[in-house]
Design a protein around this ligand. Sequence first.
Ligand code: IPM
Ligand code: MG
Length: 363
Amino acid sequence: MMKLALFAGDGIGVEVTKEAIKVLKYLLDLNSINYEIEEGLVGGVSYDAYGKPITEETLKIAKESDAVIFGAVGGTKWEPLPIELRPEKALLTLRYDLGLYANLRPAKVYDDLIDASPLKKEIVGGTDMMIIRELTGGIYFGKPRGIEDLPDGTKKGFNTLVYTTKEIERIAKIAFDISMKRRKKVLSVDKANVLESTELWRNVVANVSKNYPEVELSNMYVDNCSMQLIKQPASFDVIVTTNMFGDILSDEASMVSGSIGMLPSASLNGKKGMYEPIHGSAPDIAGQNKANPLATILSCAMMLRYSFDKDNLADYIEKSVENVIKKGYRTQDIYSGAAGLKLVGTSQMGEAVLSELKDIMPA
Ligand code: IPM
Ligand code: MG
């Protein structure tokens, strides 16, 4: 029995998860896999209903599930709230309380979408990288933190960037393990020339690498990495980095692939995982049937792969998405206007993937 939690959240989170669940249910039913899906409110909608971005009940649903499917949280409406009550807090609480320390963010360029990237074809062609972001430590969670009054009546705001050997070791291990199934190259990204916490990061990653003699380890400072990602994105394979650097570099990498609407993610603690598109709630297009559901559909594929070891089912989803793109279906974020392309909405895109799946999946 697969115990799934479904937290659609705010804005387009609702529309994109709806399509993903449709595809997932079809696949599970067809393969006679038992599952139950329990829903919960997170983010702004939870705040509106209960006065907080996530409740104990919702956290309990998450803790008792094998995997969480997450849409998106946030919206202009809730921006004035204090940080503890903002929708984003739901996401951070789930990550922290479930111990989801390893965030996998693959960024690849589909040949048929190469024109959707704002970068030149010659540069982005062949890009296929996996960003592994540490997710429960670093400056996002370090203490002390806060905003305090100063004697002169002004204020000071502060956060702490802290990493321990153990935190670095476990994320490095994930990076090396994953690289063994890929091109056996790991790039560790830090700012070791300035920050002690990431000097430790670099040293610990180097130590862990001794257990993986076949994998080639290299290091880069984050500023240089952000430049190289644009200059030669296809040269990257596995990137392992801190919480905040990974946040920033993964948004950058999404542009190489054309649209942030294409990129899935997995946040893992062993087999337990939370799966979400890396895009946000996009309040500007919410409720208009415009959002791209592919990142969420692909996140469900990651779920089948990483939480349930159903690699072949994940492959079917990924293949269906690829075929749909090949056939010219495009939501607005990946639509170039070129001849032969069909501009579709969120639900039509979901339907297209589903019908493709029906075609390719042996009954
Ligand atoms: C992400 C998002 C989150 C983060 C926000 C919404 C808290 O940007 O998942 O990349 O900063 O981690
Ligand atoms: Mg981000």
